[in-house]
Design a protein around this ligand. Structure first.
Ligand code: NAI
Ligand code: A1CAB
Length: 258
């Protein structure tokens, strides 16, 4: 049983609390200044508190407040050297967080699918931490990266769910334009993303081979793929991730570690 606290139970913090509640190997303290945020997570955790000192006794402390609020939280958080602080804030360097705490700092870029155990997370740490690795395993899939790639991870898997929702919506809209009922179109589009993602994750085949497997010779898929290959979709996606990554770099510019 790992004692975990989550400071900041808004969109991302509450997803972490709910995701951790899916297994019974954690004792979670949820901390927020906003009592309505705490009420929303109360059924999923051992205790809720508005007092950051109560959250400071956990073995692993997730800080899940907005980047602009992180300095105030760190200043009020007195963690011992044997604690681990996990920072998930976009654009906030690990060195900045480390300069405010004696705890070991691990930087993670998670996403909202933590709530359902389907999170994609990028992790930057000095040394692998088995306890944090086990927590992340419970929340979904994670990969270790160098911190210099955190800006692009923030764009790819942190912001990524929003981009994917947009693509699901676009495919569903196209089906509706062909006359399909909107609910049916959204279910089919979303489930198609889920199924394709599951295959992409589990298959040994390359993505090109997976496309080929769908595209029967003389069939329908190749007609659609020709449109995609001839379009500027790839460069638009490149710009989309580029803009989000650039914003992460801009945010980082507002923090220094002194
Ligand atoms: N929303 C998302 O999809 C993702 C967010 N993140 C990161 O997670 C962090 C939180 O983002 P969101 O959940 O979207 O923001 P949010 O605004 O939904 O939640 C922030 C929460 O922190 C609480 N808070 C503020 N000051 C506090 C304090 N001093 N003590 C305790 N609680 C305090 C607020 O009351 C609020 O409930 C950000 O740093 C963001 O970069 C990372 C990955 C994905
Ligand atoms: O939009 C944001 O800044 C946060 C970080 C990644 C996803 N949401």
């Amino acid at each position: 049983m790992t004692d975990v606290s989550v400071i900041g139970c808004g969109h991302m913090g509450s997803a972490l609390v709910k995701g951790l509640a899916r297994t019974d190997t954690h004792r979670v303290t949820a901390c927020d200044l906003d009592t309505s945020a705490l009420e929303a997570v109360e059924p999923y955790c051992a205790q809720t508190t508005t007092d950051v000192a109560e959250a400071a006794t956990a073995e692993v402390v997730f800080v899940a407040v907005k980047p602009r609020a992180i300095e105030a939280v760190l200043t009020g958080l007195d963690l011992p050297a044997d604690a681990t602080l996990v920072t998930i804030a976009a654009g906030v360097p690990r060195s900045f967080v480390q300069s405010h705490t004696d705890a070991t700092v691990i930087r993670v870029m998670p996403n909202l699918a933590a709530e359902t155990g389907n999170m994609a997370a990028a992790v930057a740490w000095d040394d692998p931490d088995e306890t944090v690795a086990a927590l992340l395993d419970d929340l979904g899939e994670w990969v270790e990266i160098d911190e210099e790639h955190m800006d692009v991870a923030t764009a790819l898997n942190g912001s990524g769910p929003a981009f994917v929702y947009y693509l699901i919506q676009s495919m569903a809209k196209a089906a509706v334009a062909e006359g399909m009922n909107a609910d049916a179109a959204e279910t089919l589009a979303a489930q198609t993303f889920k199924g394709a993602a599951e295959t992409a994750l589990r298959s040994e085949e390359s993505l090109e081979a997976l496309i080929d497997a769908v595209a029967t010779e003389g069939g329908t898929t190749i007609e659609g793929m020709e449109v995609l290959w001839d379009s500027d979709v790839e460069s638009v996606i490149d710009e989309t991730l580029g803009a989000a990554a650039e914003r992460s770099r801009e945010l980082a510019g507002g923090f220094d570690d002194e």
